[in-house]
Design a protein around this ligand. Structure first.
Ligand code: MGD
Ligand code: MGD
Ligand code: SF4
Ligand code: MO
Length: 821
């Protein structure tokens, strides 16, 4: 039996109960065919048939945006099978949260050949992959001594907690957000650490909304699209990025079934969502959505289809009559569209067609449909803003939502990503961080080299009032380069960060960042660049409270109980940090006398006293595994829509700032890196490595890296089942492939000045000509030739260049060439 056959079997066994499995296997060719092959562990009797089996509630805690309960079936101390959720039903708000193929393959992470089982100390050069096993006590001493020395020499600002989302769904063992982790708590016991703001997911929109809406508002939850007649999704692919059967796949499909609304997906690729949910696929060149919106705005303004009353009452900057004081004439959005602004260009559908590659007559039709079909929900995923002009890109759907006046109402949307209702489970208290400068998540490699002296214009923010102070000028400076990195539940030290070759070059200089500690349970490429590797347990080997995932109006939490003993000498992060705290002389402060299990009880008690009064008693919850609650749909910005005077936004005008007065001030004040600019309006701006860049003469193709069902980023990337089921390959349009003499399955090289990767081609009509996509997250696999990867890792090609004011990642903006290898 192939490994894929094994996966099909695992899924079948876990989705259906034993009786239906027998029936199902008879349908697909008889149970004998299925049971006669595969490994011993895939041939277990169903629960109840063998008393030696126990079933333990656990969960898949990776960062896919969903969060699925898993029932681990344990026999003789080994997990032998995975069963999914069997609570709930098939209605909105009470749905069963069925795990996807990744969660059902979790045994291949728990028992992988790459599983870390011993603390390791580097013996060769960084990255050389030479190690000696050390004891936990030695590891604690080495780390504590180095921390003390670096804090004495450079201050706590030199100790950086890197981004990492490998265990985002947990509570004690959560790896994100940095400020909620147990590492933050430990560091706050000894004077704090250098933190980062925003994230690889949504760094550009998160910065942009601070100016546009004052703060993140969130679009309506997907269950509310039962009230919509039309749903317009920009680069939003929940059918691949929220794959839980109880998450947004279910919610979007069910809502469509109930309401009969139409769905339009705007995406350079015909994504799973464009295939499975949409009635219409609108392909545009990556990074050009703001031009599409401008072209549609031209149609709406010319044909008087826009919602003038909404724009007048709730927005600032749409037309010349609604501009902030002190701004020169002809800087409104309407002036930009109608050709009265500085560039003098009318943003006609023909102009937009030339930029986006989508025909002008279709832009006209799209604009008319969107303007006249109400309620209309406009939302976006995060692929659209992971570009070199990401801030403006992200504001374009918000602009469209305002043009049609669909913000703050049932069936409408704010143009941001959909919200989901949340039960509000509290976390581990982490104490106060006294270190006030905070850097952008994407600039840590730069900060290793020259962070010392960075201030406001380098994107340093103040930890106090972090959420709104993008808008506030301040004089916080960073007083040290990064000298120590905590890399917990993260492959962003190498694989997930931009420009792998440059990143490795910076990490390899051991005089710059003096110590790197990687805490993981797989030997990843990031672990290879560590000085000390600490083997963590998985969720299966400890108890924790699991935070819910995105699931419409369903609120839930999972109590994951320890199912098996730690594999090898691995140890829960809380115990690891307790060991280091002891060496640092702060054990009591760190633990407050509590074990992990005692903290869990304490947190559940807090939850019951606070947000979740109806949470069952702790012991009962632990037995139930899954606690669920139907919540109200989220209507983003409802209070503002209902009464803007009583509930003003936190922008300077209190309104939606289509023209941001703070961005205008920054555009005059900030010195920009080469090729960057700041716009007060969500204009289309042809930034670095987007269509029209002169670099296209050398590297004609745009290469994006969509999030892929084979993995959650790099997590699950070493599962043989998943690799077989969803191979890694580069998507190329059949016309481009023909021109290049590339056939489906051919091994190709994709390259630019930063590096090269080799992988098979997927020749398809599901991607626009001129665009390639290499699904992000594949494990980087260097060859003996420098700069060359044969793992299909897209970050060998991406850039570290920060976006203008978010200082974020434009990882979907990379120009490349492709040819047969
Ligand atoms: N080019 C490109 N790059 C991208 C993106 C893109 O779209 N394009 N997307 C970006 C985005 S949105 C994100 S969020 C980041 C994600 O980047 P990361 O947050 O680094 O995500 P993963 O690659 O999944 O790495 C998680 C790590 O945690 C480990 N892990 C899993 N479970 C456990 C556990 O129980 N304990 C410990 N200690 N470790 C565990 C895994 O083995 C893995 O090494 O990548 C970003 N990188
Ligand atoms: N299976 C799986 N699920 C995941 C993850 C994963 O790695 N695997 N990662 C999780 C995480 S942490 C995150 S942040 C989310 C990421 O969620 P997203 O950021 O939304 O995912 P992407 O695949 O980067 O982008 C979504 C879609 O946008 C398209 N796109 C790219 N550029 C543009 C553009 O310029 N304009 C338009 N209109 N579309 C564009 C892509 O083709 C893709 O189909 O997914 C989460 N879910
Ligand atoms: S990867 Fe996401 S959707 Fe799949 S089982 Fe895990 S949490 Fe659920
Ligand atoms: Mo993300």
């Amino acid at each position: 039996m192939t490994e894929l056959g094994g996966l099909v079997r695992e899924v079948a066994e876990s989705r259906l109960d034993r009786r239906s499995f027998v029936a199902w296997s008879a349908v697909v060719g008889g149970s004998a065919a299925l049971t006669s092959c595969g490994t011993g562990t895939d041939n277990q009797p169903a629960p109840g048939e063998n008393d030696a089996e126990t079933r333990v509630w656990s969960a898949c805690t990776v960062n896919c945006g969903s969060r699925c309960p898993l029932q681990l079936v344990v026999k003789d101390g080994t997990i032998v099978r995975i069963d999914p959720d069997d609570t709930g039903d098939d209605e909105l708000g009470t749905q069963q949260v069925r795990a996807c193929v990744r969660g059902r393959a979790i045994r291949q992470r728990i028992y992988s050949p790459e599983r870390l089982t011993k603390p390791l100390r580097r013996t060769g050069k960084r990255g050389e992959d030479k190690w000696e096993e050390i004891s936990w006590d030695e590891a604690f001493t080495l780390i504590a001594d180095k921390l003390q020395q670096l804090i004495a020499d450079y201050g706590n600002e030199s100790i950086y907690l890197n981004y990492g989302t490998g265990v985002i769904g947990a509570t004690i063992a959560t790896s994100w957000p940095p400020r909620a982790t147990a590492i933050a708590r430990l560091m706050n016991c000894v004077g704090g650490y250098l933190d980062h703001y925003n994230d690889y997911s949504a760094g550009n929109i998160e910065a942009a909304v601070d100016f546009h809406y004052g703060y993140w508002q969130g679009s309506n939850s997907n269950d509310d699209t039962v009230n919509s007649k039309l749903v317009v999704m920009f680069g939003n692919n929940p059918h691949e990025t929220r794959m839980s059967g109880g998450g947004e796949v279910f919610v979007t499909r069910k809502a469509k079934e109930l309401s009969g609304h139409r769905v339009i997906v705007i995406d350079p690729r015909q994504s799973e969502t464009a295939m499975n949910l949409a009635d219409e696929w609108v392909p545009v060149r990556p990074g050009t959505d703001a031009a599409l919106v401008a072209g549609m705005a031209h149609v709406m303004i010319s044909e008087n289809l826009h919602d003038k009353a909404f724009l007048d009452k709730y927005c600032s900057g749409f037309d010349e009559a609604h501009m902030p004081d002190g701004v020169p004439a002809n800087m409104s959005y309407e002036s930009y569209i109608m050709g009265r602004s500085e560039d003098g260009i009318e943003k006609t559908p023909e102009w937009a067609a030339a930029v986006t590659g989508y025909p002008a007559d279709k832009i006209r039709a799209l604009a008319r449909e969107i303007a006249t079909t109400k309620p209309c929900a406009v939302n976006q995923g995060w692929g659209i803003q992971r570009h070199s002009n990401g801030e403006n890109q992200s504001r374009a759907p918000m602009m469209l939502a305002a043009l049609i006046g669909q913000i703050g109402i049932p069936g409408g949307g704010t143009g941001e990503r959909e919200s989901s209702a949340n039960i509000g489970m509290p976390g581990l208290p982490v104490l106060e961080n006294p270190v006030r400068p905070v850097i952008s998540f994407y600039r840590w490699t730069e900060a290793i080299l020259n962070g010392k002296g960075w201030g406001y214009q380098q994107g340093v923010r103040d930890l106090q009032n972090l959420n709104s102070n993008a808008n506030v000028k301040h004089d916080i400076t960073l007083n040290s380069n990064i000298k120590f990195i905590w890399n917990y539940g993260s492959n962003s030290l190498v694989n997930q960060h931009g420009d792998i070759n440059r990143t490795i070059e910076i990490l390899s200089d051991e005089s710059l960042c003096e110590m790197i500690v990687v805490i993981d349970n797989q030997m990843t490429v990031s672990a290879r660049y560590a000085d000390i590797v600490l083997p963590d347990v998985t969720t299966a080997e400890q108890s924790d409270i699991i935070q819910q995932g995105s699931a419409g109006n369903l609120g839930y939490s999972i109590f994951a109980s320890r199912a098996i003993e730690p594999v090898g000498d691995s140890m829960p992060i809380y115990d690891q940090l307790t060991g280091i705290a002891e060496k640092l002389g702060v054990k009591e402060k760190f633990t407050e006398g509590r074990t992990q299990d005692e903290w869990l009880d304490w947190i559940l008690d807090q939850a019951r006293a606070g947000n979740i009064p109806d949470l069952p008693p702790n012991d009962e919850f632990k037995k139930m595994g899954m606690f669920r609650k139907t919540l109200e749909p989220v209507i983003g910005m409802k209070a503002f829509r209902d009464d803007p005077d009583a509930n003003p936004l936190t922008t300077p005008s209190g309104k939606i700032e289509l023209f941001s007065s703070n961005l205008y001030a920054m555009s005059l004040d900030w010195e920009m890196e080469e090729g960057n600019r700041i716009d007060p309006l969500p204009v289309y701006w042809q930034a670095r490595e987007l269509p029209g860049d002169p670099l296209q003469e050398k590297y004609p193709f745009q290469c994006i890296g969509h999030h892929y069902k084979a993995r959650t980023h790099s997590s699950y990337g070493n599962s043989p089942w998943l690799k077989e089921a969803h191979p890694q390959n580069v998507w190329i349009n059949d016309l481009d492939a023909k021109r290049r003499g590339i056939r489906n399955g051919d091994q190709v090289r994709v390259f630019n000045d930063r590096g090269e990767t080799r992988l098979p081609a997927f020749v398809t009509k599901r991607i626009m000509p001129g665009v390639l996509s290499i699904p992000q997250g594949a494990w980087y696999k260097p060859t003996s030739v420098g700069g060359l990867d044969e793992g299909g890792s897209v970050n060998i090609l991406t850039s570290l260049h920060p976006t203008p004011y978010a200082k974020g990642n434009g990882q979907h903006s990379a120009l490349v060439d492709i040819e047969r290898a």
